[in-house]
Design a protein around this ligand. Structure first.
Ligand code: SLL
Length: 154
């Protein structure tokens, strides 16, 4: 497969987490008693843009305290929903469509459950949704021709 020389193609996306504290009275069914939050980790397009034409699969590696802690999501939405009590680093591995010939790329995200701010102690007791997300751009340098066609809609 020939590469398109001298060309770089950028594709934007967003990845991160959103966490909601439970109402202590309303824990989800089958939820362990020490869990305090429901959270999601996700990789998505900017403004809901479809990214599945270049992103084939996302593997999220959760903390080892989770059963089946490696979660592979093969189609959009590329996200995992869980409950828990603690913050940890999540490894996110991006797999590109077969035509791309590209190796997977790894990102890291710190799952945030608690709001941070000047009053750190008090903040931990505050019950609010915590969003932690990053805008990122993936760069495909000298993509192979079939992938270049896909990327540019050619
Ligand atoms: C900590 N380093 O000690 C972190 C680890 C692990 C979080 C946090 C649920 C596990 C389960 C969970 O929230 N694990 O019961 O499935 O703070």
């Amino acid at each position: 497969n020939k590469r398109v020389r001298g060309v770089s193609v950028f594709r934007p996306f967003v990845f991160g987490s959103i966490a909601h504290p439970f109402d202590p009275e309303q824990k989800p069914p089958n939820c362990p008693p020490d869990h305090t939050h429901r959270w999601e980790i996700f990789v998505r397009g900017v403004n809901g843009e479809d990214i599945s034409y270049w992103l084939k699969k996302v593997q999220f590696k959760l903390h080892e305290t989770y059963a089946h802690n490696v979660r592979s999501i093969e189609e959009p939405p590329f996200e995992v929903s869980e409950t828990g009590w603690g913050e940890f680093e999540i490894q996110i591995k991006l797999y590109f469509v077969t035509e791309s010939n590209e190796k997977p790329q790894t990102l890291w995200h710190s799952l945030k459950l608690h709001p941070y701010g000047p009053d750190a102690e008090g903040m931990k007791e505050r019950r609010e949704t915590v969003v932690s997300q990053n805008y990122e751009e993936i760069i495909f340098n000298e993509p192979v021709e079939p992938f270049y066609e896909i990327l540019t809609g050619g």
